[in-house]
Design a protein around this ligand. Structure first.
Ligand code: IPE
Ligand code: IPE
Ligand code: MG
Length: 269
């Protein structure tokens, strides 16, 4: 079995605390507009929410947090807003990476970095190298990321890895080339800001994630709001294709230390 099996191939271990939370941080512009402030003031404020949510995730025992910061479609925004977001990203990299490291956080970026300023790419690479051994939380920032881009780039890498092969590929052949190949698929997906769509975020990896949408705007999302999302997650029955009766028949196996349940014999068969 692979270290992080695909949810459509194997039944992943599940527990009360999601191992991996992925968030579309939406609503910064509307938050600012409500206060008669420029949209970019919302983005600035949104960075504070990021700090609070990282801390809250560590306190709650979440192992992976993936944040959608800039989509491959966000280049369509007004030039001034795009420039501001790039400056904000640059400044956050300069100021926050050392703090992430002090807090034992592993930092990763996923997305097509070819459109970014070389200075930003350099800071990303250095931040990733600096924090590679950290274990409190893996924080992934999705920047110039698109779910379709991810699947396509993985496919290209998969084909390059076995140039003689033309058919008979499996999910297990593709998955190791996806951008998030170092972590499990998200257990819980959160989108703030009221929209109920995926907006080309992790298309492959969200196949069996629990989806949670809230009207709360990202600058107002806090630890209590995160707890509400986790509480909703805890109400869900994650069946992965099975029936509720099957789950009940299988209930009661020993719990692992981290709160996850070990797969039962029938799941492993
Ligand atoms: C999300 O907030 C942040 C980014 C996309 C960078 P928005 O900027 O989309 O805020 P709204 O949706 O306009 O309120
Ligand atoms: C999605 O937000 C991308 C990020 C949060 C970075 P958008 O606000 O750009 O999404 P759409 O285009 O309205 O769906
Ligand atoms: Mg938006």
């Amino acid at each position: 079995m692979a270290l992080f099996p695909s949810s459509t191939q194997d039944i992943p271990p599940t527990g009360d605390v999601p191992r991996h939370i992925a968030i579309i941080m939406d609503g910064n512009g509307r938050w600012a507009k409500k206060r008669f402030m420029p949209r970019v003031a919302g983005h600035k404020r949104g960075v504070e929410t990021v700090r609070e949510i990282i801390k809250a995730c560590i306190e709650r025992g979440v192992s992976y947090l993936t944040l959608f910061a800039f989509s491959s479609e966000n280049w369509r925004r007004p030039q001034e807003e795009v420039s501001f977001l790039m400056q904000l990203f640059l400044r956050a990299l300069e100021e926050e990476v050392a703090k992430l490291n002090e807090n034992n956080i592993r930092f990763r970026v996923i997305g097509d970095l070819s459109r970014f300023d070389p200075q930003i790419v350099d800071l990303i690479r250095r931040g990733e190298a600096l924090t590679v051994g950290n274990a409190a939380l893996t924080l992934t920032v999705a920047a110039n990321y698109g779910g379709r881009w991810d699947i396509l780039q993985a496919m290209e890498k998969m084909l390059a890895a076995c140039p003689q092969r033309r058919s008979g590929f499996s999910e297990a052949d593709l998955a190791p080339h996806l951008a998030l190949n170092y972590g499990p698929e998200p257990d819980l997906f959160i989108r703030t800001g009221g929209e109920q769509r995926i907006s080309n975020f992790l298309l492959w990896q969200l196949a069996y994630s629990e989806l949670y949408f809230t009207d709360t705007l990202w600058p107002e999302f806090d630890a209590a709001a995160l707890d509400q999302a986790i509480a909703s997650y805890q109400q869900r029955e994650r069946r992965f294709g099975r029936t509720s009766e099957q789950l009940q028949a299988d209930s009661g196996p020993e719990r692992l230390k981290d709160g996850t349940r070990s797969p039962t014999a029938s799941e492993n068969a």
